[in-house]
Design a binder for this molecule. Sequence first.
Ligand code: HEM
Length: 225
Amino acid sequence: MKQAFGLWQSSVGKKVTMAVSGIMLLGFVVAHLLGNFKVFSGQAEYDAYAEFLREMGSPVFGHGELLWIMRLGLIAVVGVHILAAVQLTQMSRSARSASYQKPHDVSLSYASRTMRWGGVIVVAFVVYHLLHLTFGTVHSEFEAGAVYRNVVSAFSQWSVALSYIIAMVPLGLHIYHGTWSMTQTLGLDGPRMSAVRRGVAGVLAVGITLGNISIPLAVLAGIVG
Ligand code: HEM
C-alpha cells in the first residue's frame, strides 16, 4: 500500500496511471463505436443492443443497474486520468521554473499543450453528449428508450451533426498523442519501435475519428433514418 502510494507520488507513477486509465478509456471508446455501428443494421438491432446494455447482469442485477455501475467506474477512471494529468502539469511547471528550458522542450510542450486543451474539449463534448443522448436534457425530440430515433432525430439537424463531426477532430488528436506517449510510458521505446507506435496511434486515431463521423454523415445522407 505504502509502495503504491509512493509510486503514485512520483512522476513515473502518474505517467503509468495516465497510460493505464488511458487504455481503459480507449477500450470504452472502441467498444462504444463498435456498438454504435449497429445503427447501420437498422432500428430493431440498435434498440435491441441498447436494451441488452440495460439487461446486462440479469437476474443478479436489476434493469440498468450493472450499466450504471459500469458508468460510475468509467467516471472514476476519467477522474483519475484528469487528476494525474493536472498533477503532472504542475510537476513539470515547477521543474521548468527551477531550471532553464532546453531547446528540445519546445516540441514536447507543444504536444502536451495540445493534449491539455484537447482533453478539456473532449470532456466538454462528453458532458454535452450525455445531456444530449443519455439524459435528453438538450434534445428537443428526446424519448426515453427510443435510442435509434433519438440518434436519427438529433443528426437530422445539420448543426448538431456538424458539432459532433467537429468534436471528433480534437478527440482523434488526443487519441493519437495519447497512444504515442502511453506506449512509450509502457516501455516500447527506441527508433524501430517508434515507427510501430506511430502506426498504431495513427490507425487508432483515424479509424475512431472516421468511424464516429460516419454516423452523423450517414443520417444526413439519408443512409440511416
Ligand atoms: C457519433 C458518434 C456517437 C454516437 C452516435 C453516440 C451515441 C450514443 C448514445 C445513443 C448514447 C446513449 C446510449 C443509451 O442510452 O443506451 C451514448 C452514450 C454515451 N456515449 Fe456516445 N456516441 C458517440 C460518440 C461518443 C464518443 C466519441 C464518446 C466518448 C469520447 C462517447 C461517450 C459516451 C458515454 C460516456 C455515454 C454514456 C454511457 C452509456 O450510456 O453507454 N460517445 N452515446
